[in-house]
Design a protein around this ligand. Sequence first.
Ligand code: F6P
Length: 339
Amino acid sequence: MKIGILSAGGDCPGINAAIRGVGKTAIVKYGMEVIGISNGFSGLIDMNYEVLTEKKLSGILTVGGTILGTSRIKPFKPQEGDTVEDKPQVIKENYHNMGLDALVCIGGNGTQRTANLLSKEGLNIIGLPKTIDNDVWGTDVTFGFDSAVNIATDAIDRLHTTANSHKRVMVIEVMGHNAGWIALYSGVAGGGDIILLPEVEYDMDVVANTLLNRSEKGKPYSIVVVGEGIKVPKKKSAARFIGKQIQERTGLETRETILGYTQRGGTPSPADRILATRYGAYAAELIHTKNFGSMVCIKNNQITSIPLEEVGGKTKLIDLNNRLVTKARNMGVCFGDKF
Ligand code: F6P
């Protein structure tokens, strides 16, 4: 059997651990031939690939990013400047030209949507969910998330000391797109006083009053953790907007930090290495058992799979009855809403 692996969408820590998990299991346990497709789905269009041997898969477990490269090409969405007319057709032809029996698509929501469509086109596809955002529907956790939360929490920890020295309000914006998972987890882990999530409509009066109350109670500083996807006027950064509003409404000295791509870079946390390895190894098993058209997932710490059709690129957002949100509220954390 010959299998291909590609990584698509935004990178995250743990992709190489997953590639290694799929590749080594496929080669060592099942005697399969493995090729790595470069730069996401574009490598399938221009036949850009390399053979992945055991040697090539060695030494990559701890390395961040993806050895295969990635891109945000969406084969089923015509884009301006397209030179290839029918990308899905070209991909189908090249899949057969490369002699593939199966293809593992490592990626987030967009990638799983494409994976499902390719599966419907008759290709043997296995989806493998990754993203720092943790917003892939159908799985409890994606790898990359734990590393990103570690990085964001470390940043928040560092803001506490400088905030205390200067008696300031510190606003920190973390990634997560339209989902607030990184904001919620790093906010709670980092002892944020206010956590603004894209899923919760905030009221600036509530935010300002919470900060003024803290100040009146003698709390010398405050930490506000903001998910990048919260609603703000067009083209404004979440942190900059919230920081300016706070300064204007409270008169408290406020500074902003936008954490950005550091959250996606560097070595994966041990938890992400393990999750990615488990996902990868299971993907190879699914290929061996010809369980195509499915996405690897984790439910209650059990690695399993669900039909790609059910996932279809849907987004997993934070439910407001989320237990961590409730626990944090009970401890006085403000989510910016009138609760
Ligand atoms: O999906 C991961 C992510 O880092 C999001 O948190 C963020 O909104 C987005 O990707 C950034 O995308 P790009 O790499 O295209 O700038």
